[in-house]
Design a protein around this ligand. Structure first.
Ligand code: NAP
Length: 468
């Protein structure tokens, strides 16, 4: 039996990644009344909150209020935040193993999935994930350039990220100016010439991945008409039969909303958003300079798999859609972490219920855990990470009870702090973040905005009086 987790010998946990899954992991551990636990949370960025800061759309401020919960977790005396400390660069797996009993990776999904079609990398074709990070002021993407002089844009995919991208393109500068959108993006979008936005779904309306509040919001845009082609709003026979068999309320509502859009007459607004269904891009077509000028689409029909899922298959019907800008929004993808087993097919850390597994033989690696998108893939909303982290924490506690933990030679708060000071003397503490937060909110207030974000790491360090 081990006394790790007792008041005299607290469990030392490192959490790598300060997004929702990281904070929920910390919360579940702190909730264990019989457990003395010390948590150090690392992030490669100086700012915490992952996709709540860099992913949630700027015109969805309410969703961001979840950070109040994370603030409360961070105020616990046994919690420390080490921002601007990169795993794999400033600190390594071996460092963590010598300082912590358990290590949990919650690094999310930092890149995008590819379409694997010709022309995917032409000028004017971008991953939606980069556009999202750019307009949200993520420092890695603040210098990206998106050609908003184009009038016609296609967004491939019909998930909530695609909807976010389309909505940001369709909002007026006045609407955007009330949000915490990054200043560089606001400026670029003020000069946007985008007029037509297409959202392209490879399956039908009943299978669209977006959720109802998000798609309803599309119908209420101040200066953009929304439309669906009547032919594509109608359900095919398989979808109809499927809905009759499983009359899921939210799917029925989704179809009803989309069919209402198909009946709408345009109100003469400046922009138009067209939702398309049962079409797949098969090629992006460029001009002689390599700039996209069109997209070849194939019409799909649905078929039922053995499991009953309705999947798309191409027909022989093609069309060409002239567009000058394309955002590929077909899902995020996790990136491997040095020394941590990874399942390349799924883009996640190899794990079972949050316990990280060796690949051959498939056995748990002592002391290593994962939660969130890097554990299960990029699905679900922020709150989905709470039960997901709870499952991981159950494994962590079971293993602690069994004595299956690491045996760190420097299991003290100060030892870890000294290591981090040596490796990254400019690390950002939670108090530093609170100061940055206050500065951003104060700067925003002057402009009637929720906050004005710092978008460069140097700016953040300088604002905190650190030399860059
Ligand atoms: P998602 O919901 O998984 O949607 C991905 C979309 O890409 C689906 O429409 C999918 O179609 C399509 N797709 C995949 N491969 C394709 C291909 N080869 N060709 C054409 N289309 C393809 O992913 P997401 O939009 O990136 O969102 C990630 C998660 O974050 C989701 O759970 C989402 O709900 C959540 N999120 C929520 C909010 C919010 O609550 N407001 C905002 C943003 C994101 P199929 O269905 O046919 O595969």
């Amino acid at each position: 039996m081990t006394d790790v987790g007792s008041a005299l010998n607290p469990l030392r946990v490192a959490i790598v990644g300060a997004g929702p899954a990281g904070f929920y992991t910390a919360e579940h551990l702190f909730r264990e009344s019989d457990l003395a636990v010390e948590i150090d949370m690392f992030d490669r960025l100086p700012t915490p909150f992952g996709l709540v800061r860099a992913g949630v759309a700027p015109d969805h401020q309410k969703i961001k209020s979840v950070t109040k919960v994370y603030d409360r977790i961070a105020q616990q005396p046994n919690f420390r935040f080490y921002g601007y400390v990169e795993f794999g660069k400033d600190i390594h797996l071996d460092d963590l193993k010598t300082h912590y009993h358990q290590i949990c990776f919650t690094t999310g999904a930092q890149t995008d999935r590819s379409l694997n079609i010709p022309g995917e990398d032409l000028l004017g074709s971008y991953p939606a994930t980069e556009f999202v990070a750019w307009y949200n002021g993520h420092p890695d993407f603040r210098n990206n350039h998106f050609d908003l002089s184009q009038e016609r844009v296609a967004v491939i995919g019909v998930g909530n990220v695609a909807v976010d991208v389309a909505r940001i393109l369709c909002r007026t500068p006045e609407e955007l100016a009330q949000t915490d959108i990054a200043d560089h993006a606001l400026e670029a979008l003020r000069h946007s010439r985008v007029k037509e936005v297409y959202l392209l779904g490879r399956r039908g309306p009943a299978q669209a991945a977006f959720t109802n509040p998000e798609i309803k919001e599309m119908g209420e845009l101040l200066d953009a008409d929304v439309t669906v082609l009547p032919r594509e709003a109608r359900l095919d026979l398989l979808s109809q039969a499927d809905l009759e068999k499983n009359p899921d309320k939210s799917t029925l509502k989704k179809v009803e909303i989309l069919q209402e859009y198909a009946r709408r007459q345009p109100a003469g607004k400046s922009r138009r958003l067209t939702l398309r269904f049962l079409v797949s891009p098969v090629e992006l077509i460029g001009d002689e300079t390599g700039q996209i000028q069109a997209m070849k689409l194939v019409r799909n029909e649905l078929y039922a798999t053995e499991a009953g899922t309705l999947r798309p298959k191409p027909t022989a019907e093609y069309e060409t859609l002239p567009v000058g800008l394309v955002f590929r929004s077909v899902g995020y993808r996790g990136v491997p972490l040095p020394g941590v087993p990874f399942n390349d097919d799924w883009g996640v850390i190899l794990n079972e219920k949050g316990r990280i597994l060796k690949s051959e033989p498939r056995q748990p690696v002592t002391g290593l855990y994962t939660a969130g998108w890097i554990k299960r893939g990029p699905s679900g909303v922020i709150g989905t990470n709470k039960p997901d982290a709870a499952q991981t924490v159950r494994c962590m506690l079971e293993d602690l009870n069994q004595g299956h933990i690491l045996n760190p030679i420097h299991a003290e708060v100060e030892a870890a702090k000294n290591l981090i000071c040596r490796r990254q003397p400019r690390y950002i503490s939670y108090n530093d973040w609170l100061r940055l937060d206050e500065l951003e909110v104060t700067r925003g207030k002057k402009q009637g905005r929720p906050r004005l974000k710092f978008t460069r790491v140097e700016e953040m360090l300088a604002a905190l009086g650190q030399e860059t």
